[in-house]
Design a protein around this ligand. Structure first.
Ligand code: F6P
Length: 322
């Protein structure tokens, strides 16, 4: 394992730069050349390789985004695209690759590493936290803090105007951001794709709060909720419930930016460091994760398909505490 590549793929996440830095510094420490690949799998196919020195990753630990840039790449899901990527890796005498990304990234890595028997290790870089085989993904903690800060701000104005706010958060088709930001923000209810949303049940919860002299309410809606996004849910509630004026806020891509939290910097550094050590030790085709403070390795196929369970008990607790 003399020449290792590193790339970031899929939606960017705060902490990706910390992970890139750990891969570069660990690879160099163990005598490897480390080559950055720009724009994820697109750069692999279009031969955008960038030799890294130790100083190349100075002063990036604290920055959001990814210095390698990222992209979603359809061509990589075509055999011809993957063959071009493989030829480029061979032309650059690459022995292994660390990919930092989420479900789509590991789906591509799984196909590629089997097709060409090429060593790839992955680190879970996505704000969604929807990968099996790690308690937390890189970027999730920072995104939670961003959402909770926004919820606090919205709660001020909701309380001033006696309003009911529906706040939509990211997570693609998972409710992890919604669940924990809802608990931390004291939301009156949290709507997630993992459970069937009942508008009538939601209205009952609002009625109960109203009877307890609540003069405002905040509902967190995961973008993938089965009842639709925040606008659709607000419309359905408004048709049946008139105690409050309602407003909707879709937080969007603000959840993807910002300086990574200390938690994410440490998680990203640890996972990047462990991924390089794993490649050198001969491991491949796995995502490195941390479960109960222990480093674990999960085959790509299991990480993406073995759907991570949401903690339904926490959903119940949030309603009781609200
Ligand atoms: O996977 C991360 C994520 O932010 C999802 O939560 C969201 O649904 C998606 O990316 C948005 O994708 P894009 O940035 O391509 O619009």
């Amino acid at each position: 394992m003399k020449r290792i590549g590193v790339l970031t793929s899929g939606g960017d996440a705060p902490g990706m730069n910390a992970c890139i830095r750990a891969v570069v510094r660990t690879g160099i420490h163990y005598g490897c050349d480390v080559i950055g690949v720009k724009r994820g799998y697109k750069g692999l196919i279009e031969d955008e390789f960038l030799p890294f020195e130790s100083h190349s990753v100075s002063n990036i630990l604290q920055r959001g985004g990814t210095i390698l840039k990222t992209a979603r790449c359809k061509e990589f899901f075509e055999k011809a695209g993957r063959k071009k990527a493989y030829d480029n890796l061979m032309n650059h005498q690459m022995d292994g690759l660390v990919v930092i990304g989420g479900n789509g990234t590991f789906t591509g890595a799984e196909i590629f590493s089997k097709e060409f028997d090429f060593p790839i290790m992955g680190t879970p870089g996505t704000i969604d936290n929807d990968l099996f085989g790690t308690d937390m993904t890189i970027g999730y903690d920072t995104a939670l803090n961003t959402v909770v800060d926004a919820v606090d701000k919205i709660r001020d104005t909701a309380e001033s105007h006696n309003r009911l706010f529906f706040i939509e958060v990211m997570g693609r088709d998972a409710g992890f951001i919604a669940l924990r930001s809802g608990i931390a923000g004291g939301a009156e209810d949290i709507l997630v794709p993992e459970t069937v949303t009942s508008i009538d049940e939601l209205i009952e919860i609002l009625e109960k709060g109203f009877r307890q002299n609540k003069t405002s309410a905040v509902i967190i809606v995961a973008e993938g909720d089965d009842a639709g996004g925040a606008f659709e849910v607000a419309k359905k509630v408004k048709e049946k419930y008139h105690h409050y004026e309602t407003r909707v806020t879709v937080l969007g891509h603000i959840q993807r930016g910002g300086k990574p939290s200390s938690y994410d910097r440490i998680l990203a550094s640890t996972l990047g460091y462990e991924a390089v050590k794993a490649l050198i030790a001969g491991r491949k085709g796995e995502m490195v994760g941390i479960i109960n403070k222990k480093v674990v390795y999960t085959p790509f196929e299991k990480a993406i398909k073995h759907n991570k369970e949401i903690n339904r008990e926490l959903l119940e607790m949030a309603r009781i505490l609200a």
